[in-house]
Design a protein around this ligand. Structure first.
Ligand SMILES: Nc1nc2c(ncn2[C@@H]2O[C@H](COP(=O)(O)OP(=O)(O)OP(=O)(O)O)[C@@H](O)[C@H]2O)c(=O)[nH]1
Ligand SMILES: Nc1ccn([C@@H]2O[C@H](COP(=O)(O)O)[C@@H](O)[C@H]2O)c(=O)n1
Length: 226
């Protein structure tokens, strides 16, 4: 069986992790696990972790490391037989060390996007909660404003995308992300991408993964996901 491929995508809120992760999943057949979406699923299901996490997310704060690790690592065990791309976790050094003790990563992608670009993107982000489909009134608008293209259900904006919560998220992200980025740079697996447009970053991410993911694995993964 071809060696499985494990990757992480890092970046501040609004940097395009979800957008690029969907393209990676579609192009290379990796399973995309978004920690933010998984948290929101747990919040909606009123699980113990979800109820606790909600109190932090509403304040634009990070969920404590032990809660995130206890939530994410068992989910990764369920995905043991798949190649995957992890989005939004790890967010802190403690989370990165917990992840590193559980599995070996092949690639870490880090998105470096200007602050004003992030603010503008999140101001115009609309989401269909049930599916997690993400829209942007300037980048990928829905056919009908405020309505999900597939289900016809209403779109919402995340509370923590609102400007007052966003400033806290962005300031805090910088403080906690640096040691994580330094850790993966020291491991020699960090690949940093900087631009204001996802469409300009994507070709470089795609080339990197094409070089790193064994062809037989990519073909096998695509076959299972299409
Ligand atoms: N204008 C513009 N919007 C973009 C671009 N790339 C992504 N977006 C939009 O910007 C918003 C943020 O993109 P996401 O992919 O959700 O970013 P993220 O890093 O996953 O954000 P979090 O979930 O908050 O961590 C979404 O509404 C995207 O549709 C781009 O190149 N230009
Ligand atoms: N490792 C993480 C991941 C997420 N959070 C909290 O969830 C919110 C939404 O996450 P997105 O990836 O969709 O932005 C985020 O703002 C954090 O409050 C976390 O605490 N730790």
């Amino acid at each position: 069986m071809a060696k499985l491929f494990r990757a992480v995508i890092l970046g501040p809120p609004g940097s395009g992790k979800g957008t690029i992760s969907e393209r990676v999943a579609s192009s290379f057949g990796l399973q995309h696990l978004s920690s933010g979406d998984f948290l929101r699923e747990n919040i909606a299901a009123k699980t113990e972790a979800g109820v606790l996490a909600k109190t932090y997310i509403e304040k634009g704060a990070l969920v404590p490391d032990h809660v995130m690790t206890r939530l994410m690592l068992p989910r990764l065990v369920e995905m043991t037989r798949h190649s995957w791309l992890l989005d939004g976790f790890p967010r802190t050094l403690a989370q990165a060390e917990a992840l590193n003790s559980a599995c070996e990563l092949d690639v870490v992608i880090s998105l470096n996007i200007p602050l004003e670009t992030l603010k503008d993107r999140l101001r115009h982000r609309w989401i269909h909660p049930a599916s997690g489909r993400v829209y942007n009134m300037r980048f990928n608008p829905p056919r009908v404003q405020g309505v999900d293209d597939i289900s016809g259900e209403p779109l919402i904006q995340h509370e923590d995308d609102k400007p007052e919560a966003l400033v806290a998220r962005l300031r805090h992200y910088k403080d906690v992300a640096k040691p994580v980025i330094d850790l993966y740079r020291a491991k020699g697996i960090l690949h940093m991408f900087s631009d204001t447009e996802t469409d300009r970053i994507w070709p470089y991410v795609s080339s990197l993964l094409s070089a790193k993911i064994p062809t037989d694995l990519a073909d096998a993964q695509r076959a299972t996901t299409h």
